[in-house]
Design a protein around this ligand. Sequence first.
Ligand code: IPM
Ligand code: MG
Length: 386
Amino acid sequence: MTETNEATRTTYRVCVLPGDGIGPEIMAEALRVLEHVGEAYGVRFACEEHLIGGAAIDATRAAGRTPTALPEETLTAAKASDAVLLAAVGGPKWDGAKLGEARPEQGLLAIRKSLGLYLNLRPVRAYAALANASTLKPEVISGADLLIVRELTGGLYFGAHETQADVPGAGANGAAGMHATDVMEYSEYEVERVVRWAFEAASRRAVRKVTSVDKANVLSCSRMWREVVHRVAAEYPQVECSDMLVDNCAMQLVANPGQFSVLVTENTFGDILSDEASMLSGSLGMLASASLGDGTALYEPSHGSAPDIAGQGVANPLAQILSVAMMLRYSMHMDAAADRIERAVDAVLASGLRTRDIAEPATPADKIVGTRAMGQAVIDAFEAAE
Ligand code: IPM
Ligand code: MG
């Protein structure tokens, strides 16, 4: 029997982008979980797989086309879908790309930009069961529960990039050398829409607090950011708001993470701080993310393609599976299904099962499992929670 169908529609189109490295392995598990969700809730997820990243560069090159990390057909499919589920891109194979040559990461940046996904959500929670897997002391991370809201299509990553060779005086001792420029720029509206989202999210959380992170003691972008934050904050008197400099924030995240609820920041700072914050949950392998904005939303783990362990069946699929939960919550409004996946992950961790990245020295060998077994354990817990 199926449960009451809480979703508003019965078929959803999901554009699936496994990408590179461990991508295909962890995606396979996420899709198996999704299939069980479909059965349990009477919803059909029409999944269509497409290329992105290094896989797309190789395929377009092999087909005699201009190599690209985001082929036109992938973008077209993404736009026509209800959600995009992405794994990870990149790897050493493409690291040697020369200036002007296609790079896997361009695919990710381009799809975010093309879909207008200006907002990236990275929830970070200290899993009690993983308290000893983190490099940080259990008493420091205990109870940490924060939402990082990262601006995603502006700033340094999308400003003009330029590298010049043989610039007089740019080398050592006055010789000619290379000179490179990356421009950080923001318009007020780009700041306002993410800041407003952060305040909305904070006003619905148990701890109604926004920490805005910037470098206002140095950067013009940050001074403008701060001005916008203060203006928007005035509309949310129920939400406590404070500013924090990014260098201090990097320290506070590992010194006293319990002080944060919603953390909002620009693109580059958010990129760096979210990797750092992932250690609060025990491993970067636990962190899911949602990218929202104007077009089809995109869901992906916060971690990379881990080329060093690709193809071995040992990668942690949990961040990918938790990304499915975020997709169900934000794109399909299937909150009960999302909660049920998250509870299933909790139950699996509580049962002691671990992939290598979240195992501890004390983890018994028979509790250390591979990608497939971890996926299956989540499915079993999901079914058991019916
Ligand atoms: C991330 C990644 C990407 C980013 C890279 C691969 C371009 O690090 O999603 O955090 O910086 O946004
Ligand atoms: Mg990153």
